[in-house]
Write a protein that binds this ligand. Sequence first.
Ligand code: NAD
Length: 424
Amino acid sequence: MATATIQHQTENPFEIAQQQFDIAADLLNLDEGLRRILRVPQRELTVNFPVRMDDGSIQVFTGYRVQHNITRGPAKGGIRYHPDVNIDEVRALAMWMTWKCALVNIPYGGAKGGVVVDPKTLSLNELERLTRRFASEISLLIGPEKDIPAPDVGTNAQVMAWIMDTVSMHRGYTVPAVVTGKPIDVFGSLGRADATGRGVSIVAREAAKHLGLDITQASVVVQGFGNVGGASANMLRQMGARVVAVSDVSGGYYHPHGLNIPAMLEYVQRNRTLEGYHEPGLERVTNRELLELPCDILVPAALENQITVANADRIRARIVVEGANGPTTPAADEILYDRGIFVVPDILANSGGVTVSYFEWVQGLQEFFWSEEEINERLERIMVRSFAQVLDLALQRKLQLRTAAYLVAVKRVADATTIRGIYP
Ligand code: NAD
């Protein structure tokens, strides 16, 4: 297999991101100095900030904003609210954003942010106060020309609206382009809410086509039923595939003849999770069992480190499309590759989100808005082109798709760094 040997097995996302980078750097014969620059984040901000809770008490929360690289443009990346957020996770997610933006060739660097909190334990007012204070704390870094956040796990369009409003209050005028993933009523973009899932379904369709699999005959399993998982399941269903299992924090839901995805989406809108959802013929499975169900297309769309050495040899999908960031560890990657499972890597598979975020940012800067057809057409073109480019390189050089995607992305960032030169 044409990749460097993995040094050691780790589930630290930043070590994993660095290992993935090293594989590409070796194959590119990357200059030692460039390697030192690109292996680490450029800027990291840690903030501990107070929030007044509804009962009058003061809680202190910890948050981060990390900019991995800004050579190709302003930093871009989501904000995560989750109890397990930590600096190494944010570093990894920021680095993956750099490669993702370079891969689809949009003029951004990579960033990510996060707050250590379980948003489900907060009231709406507490969530707003936490968001506005966090936005103030990281306002040192963010801005339409500097660093543009977006939603990620545990955040949504409403949270983005509060961030935009907070920055706008500081400046004294409305600043639409400071975040993306905003509600349509306040400078959001048509098509953004479903963009990541749409992108996932487009590359799944392209992968199926490459393998001679008819998407209308394909069975699909999706882990995670949030922004990415929900839309991915729905779009694949609209393409004619049969979604046989989905899951969220409450566990997995399986129906061999296909689940009623629109009903499930509606249920989650009302109840926040799938807990208590029922339809005739439904079977419950654990999240672990769900990943090991036989299917044509498996879409992990929850969190990191879901496919590891512990279960990689039991995955029974033909195609894995990584809706989530970092769902597969490098050691598991090798096992899947050796078993002939076709993995569409995160930086390609879920790049539809940042691509339409880019469209939203452009529209916000110009205050001129596009139609949904125009957005979806442009997204389709970029996803199909990026998939074809990565697949061609992978076939040419007999590489995993992930390695091929990294070669394209890392080379773009390395070339831009070389051309710009090192200051001073
Ligand atoms: P979200 O908060 O909307 O949804 C997350 C979903 O995962 C929820 O359904 C949650 O219940 C479920 N979940 C959490 N832990 C789980 C577990 N252990 N097992 C099964 N399900 C679990 O988040 P999202 O925005 O959909 O993000 C999901 C993944 O996609 C993350 O890796 C994120 O970084 C990535 N991603 C998101 C976007 C975006 O536009 N939102 C873009 C690119 C990548």
